[in-house]
Design a protein. Sequence first.
Length: 429
Amino acid sequence: MTNNSNSLDPLIEKRLSRRDILKTAGIGGVGVILGASGLGGILSINESKASTTETNGEVVPFYGKHQSGITTKTQNHVYFVSLDVSTSKKEDLVKLFKNWTNAAALLTKGKAMGELSGNEFLPPKDTGEAAGLSASNLTITFGVGPSLFIKDNQDRFGLKHKKPKELADLPKFPLDALEEDWTGGDLCIQACADDLQVAFHAVRNLIRIARGKATLRWAQTGFQRTKQADPKNETPRNLFGFKDGTVGPDVNSEKQMNQHVWVQPGDGPNWLVNGSYLVVRRIQMFIEVWDRTNLREQENTFGRSRDSGAPLGQKDEFDKLDFNHKKENGEDYIPANSHVRLSHGDGSQQILRRAYSYSNGMDVKTGSFDAGLLFKCFQRTPSKQFIPIQNRLAKMDKLNEYTIHRGSAIFACLPGTKQGGFIGETLFN
């Protein structure tokens, strides 16, 4: 083989058919060929000749103080993946995050990963399914899990001393029925976009870059009503038909975001300052049971009107919750075991919700819908925010009769970075 050619040696071309090379790639052997031929850059990221699409203002900046996809206006779709790191070398991990950063900067602009390969025996640099599509407000958010730092009591990458106290596996809450297939992970990628194909394309190509360094652990798509279907931009409804996400910190208030969402200096290791903790829960909804429940019972379960979203006994969705408001017979308008009452508590614990509905077809065990809520929330201090809220809900929430928690994970979403830097730089340096 020559060192400066973009084609394989003629002898190899004669001996290896295209199918042979694809088979070899499937078992990881293509790395030997690429490394020996000087073609190791087949998955390198090259913007200079990458195809582009006019985006008509549908671009969310990737670089910045904070990662996008946290306070960004919620897009129509999410593709969320959890990964396990397969390499044992810290330098591989650093290289992965550098490559991911470069790739994400291209993808969020609506650009392809590079021009098509000129060699018919090698795959193109970009998988191609987003060709001609706009950026669709794509955001890509990266996080690291507790097991990246310590796993089986091993300091995997010399990062044990940097593990924040808050980055710990969530406790098992009452009534949890967690399944290993939907739980944990060393790393996560959240791709949100107004087009599901754009979101999938982003994740697919990032996973491709991770080959040999990380593998998929679990993945879940999610959706909400589209912007085209809801031009009034009202609060989205969950699969039970109720408005979901009425209350939360104001993303336009720097004071509230610093108080409730962004990690601050002194909270723990300073590498996470301007980042946030992400809690993910995959919650299956028993839709068929809910559909046989009368409206009054449904509204008492949530503590809100299904139609308007208003707290029971009030008129407007955004009316202040009044737990002292009683009916003529002395009963509370908002029941003590209602979801809104228990999640609110005394109002001091706020989380930034970014939830999506999901539908995975049919649950083959029961013959019912496998559908529910991919609950995601960001916060500054999980031990003081999500955990006490979930403890209250797990013990008394009437909604527990209609839902079950199948998956759970926690990640530290890294701070943003400037152009020329990379996501995770503060951690790995």
